[in-house]
Design a protein around this ligand. Structure first.
Ligand code: NAD
Length: 499
């Protein structure tokens, strides 16, 4: 029997008139059906979230107990790693090599980390004595209210826990909208929170289309904060929608990561690293290294090695442990990639490897694109400026370190970057790059204790890291009068004490 996933509103699992058919992008087999939510379900979910928030059951639960519940969910997730990893690979085509470690393992670790920092978080701190008023001061950090969490299909579980972990840790209520292409793991996560005893209404899940359901949630007057991961275009629309009510917003958006190989790098390692940077998660990663910058004088040698190593990448069944690159999420997304590569060739790029939709055994069903390397790319080409979101590596050359930095920073994005070479030299360049994450001699290193997020049009705010909870609290200063008499009070400066 096919698994079915419902909406989750006010602690109840709710079926709707219509279902999404979630099909494997590799085989088109039915993986699950998922209830399709409408704007009315968003209204019900926001209302449940607000009601629970007003009652205060969760926000008044001591932080230590909130942390314990989050920890329990982390442990349940970790215990189900293999099962959930396989489910994720079947649902969105990410390879089993990384769905275990990255999608599920890192999500569980992220929740463990949030639980740990919840206990030590400064929920209420006393500041220094205030003179000459005199007064004492407290800083109270309290939940914001109803948080909308909107997540994409490429790494659904991690992008979800980045939001709802700290949001729940802080005592907020949440309405989560998974992506309609890959909602299963976020709903599995809600099942675990439900089983762990999270009070009804604190976490709600409404799977629905971006338009109108996501847009309705993001603009809902009951929502006080939107945490969004997805495309820059939608991120901008959410920011505009939030202006009227000065709603809090965190945005994790697209990227066009520059990956610089220096001439003193271990070239074999850097070439493998460049392929990993670009092709992991089938190239469907916002932090992918999609612009490879190589020294002009070493161009031929490096390109030859890239082609040789790139040719060994195995495209195929995402559930097979030997597969490096799986299918593309949908026909629509595959067609976008085809169009980007065609356009790049028209602009003067050369296809050095791949570049086509594969045919033959194993590729008659599903949506595929070959691991592709484009050379002779310049930074003004569309392929170098826009996010392709597929297994397409572009190779550009530079003439000096300054030139490499200039090309790397010449982009509207600023999510990720990387440098391969001797550490001190690479570190000096890393400091000059406009990106939220810069990896020296590695890539895709994401850790719960370090922040994730972007400069420029790649986002606003950070997820994960030691300050993750800060994004989900309002800070309040409370002053307590210590003057001991009206004559000493600050307002006596303008109003004479009664005689
Ligand atoms: P998308 O913006 O179309 O969709 C993301 C989510 O937003 C989905 O849940 C979708 O239903 C919803 N949505 C769509 N239109 C909406 C609207 N008008 N209002 C509110 N919600 C709406 O993104 P996509 O193309 O499906 O996903 C890939 C994008 O996500 C890429 O650009 C990628 O770089 C980005 N991404 C960023 C990060 C990061 O942390 N920076 C991580 C993963 C993915």
């Amino acid at each position: 029997m096919t698994n079915h996933y419902s909406l989750y509103i006010d602690g109840k699992w709710i079926d709707t008139d219509e279902n999404y058919q979630i099909r494997s992008p590799a085989t088109e087999e039915l993986v699950a059906t998922v209830s399709k939510g409408e704007v009315g379900h968003v209204d019900a979910a926001v209302s449940a979230a607000q009601g629970t928030f007003d009652e205060g059951t969760w926000r008044n639960t001591p932080p230590k107990e909130r942390a314990e519940l989050i920890k329990t969910v982390a442990e349940r997730l970790a215990a189900r790693t293999d099962e959930l990893a396989a489910l994720q690979s079947r649902e969105n085509g990410a390879t089993i090599r990384i769905t275990g470690a990255l999608h599920v393992g890192l999500s569980a670790a992220q929740l463990q980390y949030v639980a740990a920092i919840t206990e030590g978080y400064p929920w209420e701190t006393e500041g220094p004595a205030i003179e000459p008023v005199p007064a004492n001061g407290l800083v109270v950090r309290q939940p914001i209210g109803v948080v909308a969490a909107i997540v994409p299909w490429n790494i659904p579980l991690l992008t979800t826990v980045w939001k709802i972990g700290p949001a729940l840790a802080a005592g907020n209520s949440v309405v989560l909208k998974p992506d309609e292409h890959a909602p299963i793991l976020p709903i599995e996560l809600a099942r675990e929170f439900d089983a762990a005893g999270l009070p009804p209404g604190v976490l709600n899940v409404v799977t629905g289309d971006g338009e109108p359901v996501g847009a309705h949630l993001a603009g809902h007057p009951g929502v006080r904060k939107v945490a969004f991961t997805g495309s820059t275009a939608v991120g901008k629309s959410i920011l505009r929608q939030s202006a009227d009510t000065i709603r809090r917003v965190t945005l994790e958006l697209g990227g066009k990561g520059a990956n610089i190989i220096l001439d003193d790098a271990d070239i074999d390692m850097a070439v493998d690293g460049a392929l990993f940077a670009c092709m992991a998660n089938n190239g469907e990663a916002c932090e992918a290294g999609t612009r490879l910058l190589i020294p002009a004088e070493r161009r031929d040698e490096i390109v030859d090695k890239l082609i040789a190593r790139g040719s060994t990448l195995r495209l195929g069944d995402p559930l097979h442990p030997a597969t490096h690159v799986g299918p593309i999420i949908s026909a629509h997304q595959r067609d976008r990639i085809v169009e980007y590569v065609r356009n790049a060739a028209a602009e003067g790029a050369t296809v050095a490897l791949g570049g086509s939709v594969p045919t033959g055994s194993g590729f008659d069903k599903g949506y595929w694109f070959e691991p592709t390397i484009l050379v002779d790319v310049t930074n003004d080409m569309r392929i170098a400026r826009e996010e392709v979101f597929g297994p397409v590596l572009t190779v550009l050359t530079y003439n000096s370190e300054d030139h490499a930095v200039q090309i790397a920073n010449d982009t509207n994005y600023g999510l990720s970057a990387g440098v391969w070479g001797s550490e001190q030299r690479a570190l000096a360049i890393a400091r000059r790059l406009d990106a939220g994450m810069v990896w020296v001699n590695n890539w895709h290193v994401i850790h719960p204790a370090y922040p994730f997020g972007g400069f420029k049009e790649s986002g606003l705010g950070r997820e994960g890291g030691p300050d993750a909870i800060d994004e989900y609290v309002e800070e309040k200063f409370i002053s307590l009068d210590r003057s001991g008499g009206i004559e000493n009070k600050a307002f006596a400066i303008v109003i004479d004490p009664a005689t």
